[in-house]
Write a new protein. Structure first.
Length: 479
């Protein structure tokens, strides 16, 4: 708890320092005579005024490190390897303009109207097509369209979890799921991952231990393909065993699969949903990484009784998903070229992944290890355990480069302290190389400091700097 508070304090202190100038700029841009915008940070008087009004559950709420970092990394001089942003500049602007113009001319009134809570049939038909591309054949009636995948995680947790209920997820897990699980006061248990994804042997032990205590997890949350944050993929054997376990113990699985179609190497794995047939697996999809996160279109495929409750939760949350976005999806899929765009993204991201891996070999010290993702947007690097990546981030930001510190992928806010998530989709190859060079530089400084203090000697050659031609590459241990 202390550690968690400390972490929050550290991140917000850094953010405060970094966001203030743009606040001031915002105020300068105010039109004459408009009321002045209030400062964004909270004073102790504000706290006193509102503290007694907050619901108890707000005490368990946590900020998302990634959202916090977005404010800083929006500065053009920062190379951000922190976000989970797809490169939307690759989407052809002229076809976007043509699609939106068609909507304006042909369906303006409908596109600007409310829609059904579960989403339009035409949207669901497009999402069924996306699932079919990964070998699934759901009934469109088993789908509900959500405001991004994030809302799907929220609605599922809201539907299934009472305070204190056990939920199982991977360690590390998607950092954006951590605040959701916390806000519903779930008792989160994290199961270690390795190169083949979640350790199913550890999962079995955990389920057995919970059963001995008379408890059953409400669900097992997994990102099985090109996981956010580690980039690892659950092997087929483990997938099969995971689905068997869910059936044996009558536990639901939440399969979150934003990245399955962004495969660079190897053969596709069967989804958990297809292995299970949709009885115990709730499938969660999104168009954020294969089309646009700005349109906020995600979905859940679930058995009808669960879907009905999720629908009630969605009515309360936002009535319906953006009609305009759904009309855009309909237009876009109607052109029949969406898979070509996914193929373009795969080519671009594969090259970027390779550039990042190459830069890591050149610039990270030999005591570091990292994953080698076969797809997706991220890899996960782990440094010597005396380096705390939350502290390192503050130093990296001074060098105008950002990453996500590993702690944000753990609910206890303690594990993952010497790891970091690195994104390779949002920057071009030169930026990626430069970003990794800068991070490598701050890591070397930390190592040198540690060695000076402890008297230990560095193993291997010093990491290179700007003038280094990058000749000799020391082989790295890998996970
Ligand atoms: C595993 C995972 N789930 C859900 C989301 C949220 O997706 P969306 O942008 O559709 O809300 C993300 C976004 O990065 C993600 O990586």
């Amino acid at each position: 708890m202390n550690g968690r508070r400390k972490l929050r304090g550290r991140i917000s202190a850094t953010l405060f320092a970094m966001t203030e100038p743009s606040e001031q700029e915002g105020q300068r841009r105010q039109p004459e005579g408009a009321p002045r915008r209030r400062r964004a940070h909270t004073t102790s008087r504000d706290l006193e005024r509102y503290a007694g009004l907050f619901a108890k559950r707000t005490q368990a709420m946590r900020s998302s490190a990634m959202r916090d970092l977005m404010a800083i990394t929006a500065r053009p001089e920062v190379i951000s390897l922190a976000g989970g942003l797809p490169d939307t500049s690759t989407f052809p602007a002229e076809s976007f303009a043509a699609q939106m113009t068609r909507i304006a001319h042909e369906s303006s009134a409908e596109a600007l109207q409310y829609g059904p809570t579960e989403g339009f049939e035409e949207t669901k038909a497009c999402l069924v097509e996306v699932m079919a591309a990964e070998g699934m054949a759901p009934d469109p009636d088993d789908l509900i369209v959500t405001t991004g995948g994030q809302q799907a995680i929220d609605l599922i947790t809201k539907t299934l979890v009472d305070p204190g209920d056990p939920v199982i997820c991977e360690a590390p897990t998607y950092p954006g799921a951590v605040p959701t699980f916390c806000s519903y006061e779930a008792d989160v248990h994290q199961v270690n991952t390795d190169d083949d994804g979640m350790r199913i042997d550890e999962l079995e032990e955990l389920i057995a231990a919970l059963a001995r205590a008379g408890r059953r997890p409400k669900f097992i949350y997994s990102v099985p393909s090109f996981q956010n944050p580690a980039g690892v993929t659950l092997s087929e054997q483990r997938r099969r065993r995971l689905v068997e376990l869910a059936r044996e113990h009558e536990v639901l699985i939440v399969e979150d699969n934003p990245y399955g179609l962004l495969r660079f190497d190897g053969e596709p794995q069967p989804t958990l949903y297809s292995l299970d047939g949709g009885d115990y697996v709730l499938y969660l999809g999104t168009l954020s990484k294969i089309l646009s996160p700005g349109i906020r279109i995600g979905w859940v495929a679930a058995p009808p009784p669960v879907l009905e409750k999720i629908g009630l939760g969605k009515q309360a949350a936002d009535l319906c998903t953006s009609t305009l976005s759904q009309y855009f999806v309909r237009e876009y899929f109607g052109e029949g070229r969406w898979l070509d765009y996914v193929a373009d993204l795969v080519t671009i991201y594969r090259d970027r992944r390779d550039a990042m891996l190459d830069a890591l070999e050149r610039h990270f010290p030999e005591q570091s290890i990292w994953t080698r993702p076969g797809g997706g947007l991220f890899l996960w690097a782990t440094l010597p355990d005396y380096i705390d990546t939350t502290d390192l981030l503050a130093k990296a930001l001074r060098e105008n480069v950002a990453f996500v510190p590993g702690r944000s992928a753990y609910v206890d806010g303690l594990r993952g302290a010497s790891s970091m998530r690195l994104n390779f989709s949002a920057s071009d190859e030169d930026e990626l190389r430069e970003g990794i060079r800068r991070i490598g530089h701050v890591i070397s400084e930390q190592i040198a400091l540690y060695e000076t203090i402890t008297g230990e000697h560095r193993i291997g050659p010093p990491p290179d700097d700007e003038d280094d031609p990058g000749g000799e590459v020391v082989p790295m241990p890998r996970r």
